[in-house]
Design a protein around this ligand. Structure first.
Ligand SMILES: CCCCCCCC(=O)SCCNC(=O)CCNC(=O)[C@H](O)C(C)(C)COP(=O)(O)OP(=O)(O)OC[C@H]1O[C@@H](n2cnc3c(N)ncnc32)[C@H](O)[C@@H]1OP(=O)(O)O
Length: 194
């Protein structure tokens, strides 16, 4: 079986990603980008509550603690929720380091080891290349600490979009809630007028 990580990455010629001049300094804890995000939002009780810190260069580190609400098999994390954690970490890398709005177009995950309930997964994500609007990004998740065994690998294509993407496609009632309470959204993650 050919593993996805044995295929060339990025899959086409790219330019080196450049960290935005206003990207958060290394060591900065990044706030949730949206209070109702399942990946990082503080208002979603059973969500993943991913916590992310900016690193040097074009990298970030996230942590995700698996709770009983995240089970697939008894006592083990659901693979789909692990994919969600990686989508969130990879997206946080793109948004905070490039400061451009972008959405996941393609996400590949490789599940290497089971992840038990109670485990904290340490996810290191970095930008790998940029080709026009396309951003290639990858991550590894280790069990229990930054030197733990790799449990999950992921890589993704994000496509940069205009802010109108969210206004045109988002459910009107949720957009109205943000208009009424702008604190639901962290506006510092991306440039509002790129
Ligand atoms: C801090 C923030 C954290 C956020 C973490 C969570 C992130 C998310 O989960 S986002 C939600 C999930 N994703 C989505 O809803 C996206 C849905 N898809 C879309 O809206 C559109 O398909 C979109 C925007 C990706 C692309 O559409 P569009 O803007 O018309 O561009 P399009 O021309 O089709 O594609 C742009 C380029 O990407 C390529 N591309 C698009 N999709 C894919 C794909 N699946 N595989 C390979 N290439 C692709 C295209 O071939 C094109 O390449 P080129 O520039 O060389 O021609």
């Amino acid at each position: 079986m050919t593993r996805t990580t044995e295929q060339p990455w990025p899959p086409l010629p790219t330019e080196a990603p450049e960290r935005h001049a206003d990207a958060p300094a290394a060591g900065t804890d990044l706030p949730s980008h949206y209070a109702h995000c399942f990946g990082c939002g503080e208002r979603i009780e059973q969500g993943l509550h991913l916590r992310t810190t900016a690193c040097e260069g074009v990298a970030i580190r996230s942590t995700f603690t698996v709770t009983a609400a995240h089970q697939g098999a008894p006592g083990l994390a659901h693979g789909g929720l692990l994919a969600c954690a990686f989508d969130e970490a990879l997206g946080a890398a793109v948004a905070n380091l490039l400061r451009r709005p972008a959405v996941t177009a393609k996400l590949e995950t490789e599940f290497v080891r089971p992840v038990p309930v109670g485990t904290t997964l340490h996810i290191d994500a970095h930008l790998d290349g940029v080709a026009g609007r396309k951003v290639y990004v990858s991550a590894e998740g280790r069990l229990g600490g930054e030197d733990g065994d790799v449990a999950v690998r992921a890589r993704a294509l994000f496509v940069q979009v205009k802010l109108t993407h969210f206004l045109e496609h988002g459910r009107p009632e949720d957009l109205r809630k943000i208009a009424a309470d702008p604190s639901l959204l962290n506006r510092r993650a991306v440039e509002l007028n790129p």
